[in-house]
Design a binder for this molecule. Sequence first.
Ligand code: ARG
Length: 462
Amino acid sequence: MKTKNKNPWGGRFDAAPAELLQQLSCSVHFDRRLYAQDIRGSVAHARMLKSIGVLSASELKAIEDGLKQIQALIESGKFRWKDELEDVHMNIEAALTKITPAGAKLHTGRSRNDQVATDMRLWMKDEIDALVQLIGALQTALISFAEREREILIPGYTHLQRAQPVYLAHHLLAYVEMLERDKGRMLDARQRADVLPLGSGALAGSTLPLDRDFVAKELDFKKVSSNSLDAVSDRDFIAEFLFAGALLGVHLSRLAEDFILWASAEFRFVEIGDQYTTGSSLMPQKKNPDVAELVRGKSGRLNANLVSLLTLLKGLPMTYNRDLQEDKEPMFDTADTLRISLQVFAGMVQETRAIAESCQKAVSDPLLMATDIADRLVEEGIPFRQAHEIVGKGVALAQKRQIPLSDLKLADWQEINPQVTVECLNVFQPEEALKLRKMKGAPNLKLIQKEVSRWKRVLKSD
Ligand code: ARG
């Protein structure tokens, strides 16, 4: 009989694992982040083992005390993580077994396959709760900005060409809508994560009478998984989280782009505070919107994390495969990237002011009211297509004469079409034009104010 076996995988092995295998296999440098969830899961599992008579009361106490001790060591930075023990689960279990012989009973009826799936689901539920709060904080910052600058009009754009006037507040509230959907998608992913895999064993449950409902209650899971094979290999909840995160990142990148444009000399709609801009090492005059650029850039890795996991999962045979260890880094990275992006963006929005004169200048472009003239012509009984043609000709005439559209005389218009009246041309006040837009969802000042109040109530109750 061999007395010395340096292989952590027990009696079956004669030789220790190759150094390079250990390097490839080791995940403890990143999955140690799951230590609190791993310990919570172990405590629940141990309590259940006691309830079915596998552990005595004193063994349970020794395990709980030992795990508490380990948690304290980890949190004070004194725990010695060992690469040769591969992952967070083996590290904690080995440390526990050194503290108490009862530790050797903890893994009864459990596999790292159902253990790691449980840890990640616990982690994700907490993470989503935190992210939803941060999304709410960004929404609140956008709403305060909208309120602060409620009278500011800017051109609304399509194709990045000036189209029609809108309130800056309306533009900002569009992002509040997007972010609300992002919260919904996150919470939706959370529901799917709220299912307990523990008790599925390596893949086929256990011959021991494990009480899964007991564990679900201890860990605050809404449901218990219904198929052990699915439970150990399902990573849908991570894919959903990564998708919700990628789309949130896309939304942030669009918001970032708007701020970058607005802060440019070409627009000058906003001034971003010094705290959230950077200078140039060479050009002394520069004030760069790096926060927005970095957040825009980070949407790249958020998309990549989703693609990385989907690629990982594609074609995996049932059930657990070691490939799945690669699921964690994209998950952590998306969470970390979103946390910093959301927080810094909220800070930047709070320190951003609209530049009233440049917004006013941009929105006073009379061409923005061309559609409103067409609407007035429709009210005179002219079919819209014809009205569109008439106004188009007016625009061409003004351009030929190199004058603003508002400088065309009634006589000029009537030469194009005699049905044009003086009332049709009384449209060049954007504030007045926006008052006429009364339908739900339109950029009318009163409606926007109602929306602001509605959002404040919604966000308060969240
Ligand atoms: N570190 C592993 C992972 O994250 C834990 C599960 C390992 N299971 C196994 N049978 N090798 O996937």
